[in-house]
Every structure is written in C-alpha cells, then in structure tokens.
Design a protein around this ligand. Sequence first.
Ligand code: ATP
Ligand code: MG
Length: 589
Amino acid sequence: MNPAPTQLTTAPANATSSASTEPIAVGQKRDSSLKPAAVSNFIRQVIEADNASGKHGGKVVTRFPPEPNGYLHIGHAKSICVNFGLAQDYNGVCHLRFDDTNPVKEDVEYEDSIKEMVRWLGYSFDGHLYYASDYFSKLYEFAEHFIERGLAYVDSQSPEEMRANRGTFETPGTNSPFRDRSVSENLALFREMREGKHADGAHVLRLKIDMASPNINLRDPAIYRIRHTAHHRTGTTWCVYPLYDYTHCISDALERITHSLCTLEFEAHRPLYDWVLARLVESGKLTLPSPQQIEFARLNLTYTVMSKRKLIELVETGLVNGWDDPRLWTLAGLRRRGYTPASIRLFAERTGASKAHQWVDMIELERALREDLDATAARAMVVLDPIRVVIENWPEGHVELCSAPVHPHDESRGRRTFEISREVFIEREDFMEIPSKGFFRLVPGGEVRLRYGYIIKCERVEKDENGRVTTIVASYDPATKSGTQGGRNVKGAIHWVSRSDAIAAEVRLYDRLFTVENPDEGDGDYKDYVNPNSLQTVRAWCEPTLASAAADQSYQFERNGYFTPDRVDSKAGALVFNRAATLKDGWKP
Ligand code: ATP
Ligand code: MG
C-alpha cells in the first residue's frame, strides 16, 4: 500500500522567500505572474547555511540533467521548478545539462522538446546549456588518471560473471581475477578499447574501491563500457562511453555546480559521487569546494504512471493520441490541455521538497490551475449540451445587445457583447420537467434569469416521439433586463447563447486516464485500468467573442470550467476547445 496521497489544504507555513507570503485563497484576484508562497524546504536551509558560512562564496548553481530519451512529465516539472526556482530565489543560475552518455537511446527530437518545455515553464538557460558529451575528453583523461593511480582497472569478465561476483545486500562481492592487472596493462587495454580494437561487452573499466563494501555502489563500479555506436553529437569519435555515476559527479564539478539536487534513489550513490570527486581533488584535477549532492523525494501523482517505459507504451499502443494527448501528464499534454506554466510552478512549489516519500493527489494539480485561471481567464458563455428555447412574446427578427464583464473582478478588461433574440440555447440540464427538491433553474411554469439578459418563464415544452424535450417555449419579462433600473430577481440564473450570433465549436471533455489512484499497484497490468470514458466530445454553442480565441488563451466558460483552444486542431471557423478543469465548487444557481 502507498501512503494516502497528500491533499494540501492550506498554504504552507514558514514562507522564507520574499516572493510571496500571502496565503492563496481560491477566487482571490491575482495577476498573471502568480507567485507561489515559498515552501520552507530543507534544501533552502542547506543553501542558507552554505551562504552564511561562505562555502561557495554565496553562489548558487544548480542543474537540471535530463536524459534525452523521452518527453518531460509533471515529475520532471517538479525537478525543473526546484532547480530553476531555487537558483532564481538565491540569485543563482541553473544549468540545463543533457545527460547524453548513452548513444543508443537518445534523440534530437526529445532534446528539442525538453528545451521547449523548460522555456515554456518560464525558465531560461541562455548561456547555460550543457551536454555531458562536452566532457567526453575530460572524462577519458580522468579515467586514465584513475588507472595511473591504481584506482581503476580493465575487467574482462563476462557481464554474467560480473553480476555473480558483485554479491548481494547480505553477502560481499568477490574480487575479479583481473583486478590486479598492472597499471601499464590496464592503460594499454583501455587505449585499445578506445581505439575500437574490442567488441561491445568484451571489457569494462572499473574503479578499484572495495568489493566487500556494504554499499553495492562502491563495489568497483564500472565507469566505461564499449559501444560501437555513433552518438548524435560526437558522431563516431568514441566507441567507449562513460557511465552515469562517473559522468554525473564530474560534470557537476566541471560546471562548478554548488548544489546537485536529485531524487532519493540516488542517496546510496552519494558515497561514490563524493569518492570520485575527492580523488580528483587530491591530485589537483579538480578544486574545492566540490558540489554537494542533495536528495529529495520524487513526485508521485495519483491517477498517473511516471515511468518513461510506460508512457512510451501508452503512446505506442495508441491508448492515447500521441505525446501531447491532453489526458497525459507530460508537459506537452498538460500544455495542450490548457495548463498554464504559472499553475505548474505553483503546484511544484506547494508540494515542496522533502525526504519523505510523497504521493500527491491529482486534485492539487487541478486546484493550482483553477487558482491561476480564476484570476486570469476571460469569461465566456458556452452551452455544451444545448436545448432550444423559443421566446414566443419576443418579436420575430428583433435582436438586442447584452453585455458582461470580460473578468468579473477586473473592470479594466472591458466588457464583451453578444445578442439576445427570439431563439436561445440553454444547457439541457438547466431544465427539469419534474424538478427535484432545491432545483432553482427552469421548470414548467417557473422563471429563471438568462444571465446578463432577461428573466424568462417556461410556458410549455415540445417533445419528439420518444418523449424527449426538443424545444422549450418561453416568455420573457421586458422589464427585467440585466443592468437596468427597477429589475426584479429570481433564484436561478443560467448561461445561454443566442441563436442569432452563436458560433459552433467542438469541445473535448476529459476525465482521468486511469480509473484507480495508483495504476501501478494491484495485481493487473496498469493498462487494465485505463478509463474507457476519458474523452468525451460534444458540439457546443459559444458566444461570438470566442471566434477570435487563440491557443494559449484560457477561458472560463461560465459554470462549465476552464477551457483553451486546442493548439493542434483548433482553427478560425472550426474551433476546438479542451476542458482543462472543471470549476471547483460548481456553480450554485
Ligand atoms: P530514467 O533515468 O529512468 O530514464 P527519469 O525519469 O529519471 O528516467 P531523467 O531524464 O533522468 O528521467 O530525469 C531528469 C531529472 O528529473 C532527474 O534529475 C530526475 O531525478 C528528475 N525526475 C524524474 N522524475 C521525477 C519525479 N517524479 N519527481 C521529481 N523529479 C523527477
Ligand atoms: Mg534518471
């Protein structure tokens, strides 16, 4: 069982940054630069202690080191926001470094998409874009240095032998029969490896640390392997490639990273990280202070799977429509769905950085979005499931203009105008022939206000042969126009659009992609929990102001949620909207 997912009910206490300390209330007016209240996390405490002691001369240099072998997801966004966010808060810099040590899996397409999404989140890496492959020469030079000092050897065991001799958590490993090769033999062999004289897998270069260490990572870890594969940046220059643990700490040191933040599964790798750097400092190859590795818990979000393999599988098996399917929690998917960078930064900040394993409820992500959009999104009326209303005492051909604020709390954004005419559309669910208790919207013989328009009364209904209501015949009270003096009010007010100026749109309504909180749990395959009803498409009628809606613009469709034009499929004249989120508390008629 996983621990119950966290719902963050209050703004975090102990805000330490001047960014913003006010608690965030839903519905509160904000500008679009929504700044999250800074969470007091333990990483800030480390940085502040280092700044106080002058360890790094007051500098903060972090890095985000993705492997270009997949698209970024919300878990990566968390890491991006922690790294870039901390750098920003302490006037430091954050490097984007592609961990491109594995020539087999990497791809330029992924690289481009990663850069695009980091920028989209609002962070700049101008002048600070790096590649682990930039250091291949240096890493090789250092490897020879380790050999010369008797701290590395070429092992010619088969991969199976190496695995068997590694030992287990309970039992120590066994020294390789090649462990005591002479320095000159090791150097000669390593150079032959580099020159391409040996096949993939024939040898590896290993550090000579301790095969009996209780920490398996210190049992002579391999640091170089042979791969006769071209690399997308270095071409065929190399046929030996450095492994992650060795590359990562040295890359950090060469870039003079101060705080190297990673997820908890690297905790047991930290002694190796420190060992490699300490040896290079000893011989003057690197200088102090060394970067400090700090681990925090990875983000787990309910109703998602984060593994790259599973994401790839979802896309490749067609369970979703591509990497940017709005049901996915990839950043490309979230952006297309209508998530804003500010909402993702807010979410990342709120979920904090801690050592405790963390499951966060999907509700938190949705809440962060609503908070941002409630303050910023223009309002519009859209009827998702239309039913026709004919106002019989409205003169044929007569049209009047109505108006409503673009944003209810910001008059400076002006007003939107739309028509009202003899025929309007309302939401089918806003009418009940036999009303349930507490239903204050339209009922036979009852009145309701068309928001920003008039009060209408249902006189009778027309039905088709199946008994389904096809038309509501109504009357209106000419003395009740919104915004005019002397108007009276009724309990219910509903949204609507006029047949005379409404524009049609396709609207895509999403539900969670999985039916269970943790698709990875349980006995079945996670794919068994895919929600067959995660996408519902409807034909809607929209108020005319939406004709100019452009991707990256968010709207609150009154009472229906937050929507954005689909950046791929929506075109002028053929609008397609995605619902990013429903309205939290629903609309109380
Ligand atoms: P893999 O290494 O298995 O290919 P990964 O998800 O770790 O997958 P990377 O490209 O290595 O992918 O990730 C880049 C950075 O993002 C790493 O520093 C990693 O720790 C961080 N990261 C990845 N997933 C999460 C997560 N769920 N929460 C927080 N940080 C994450
Ligand atoms: Mg990784």
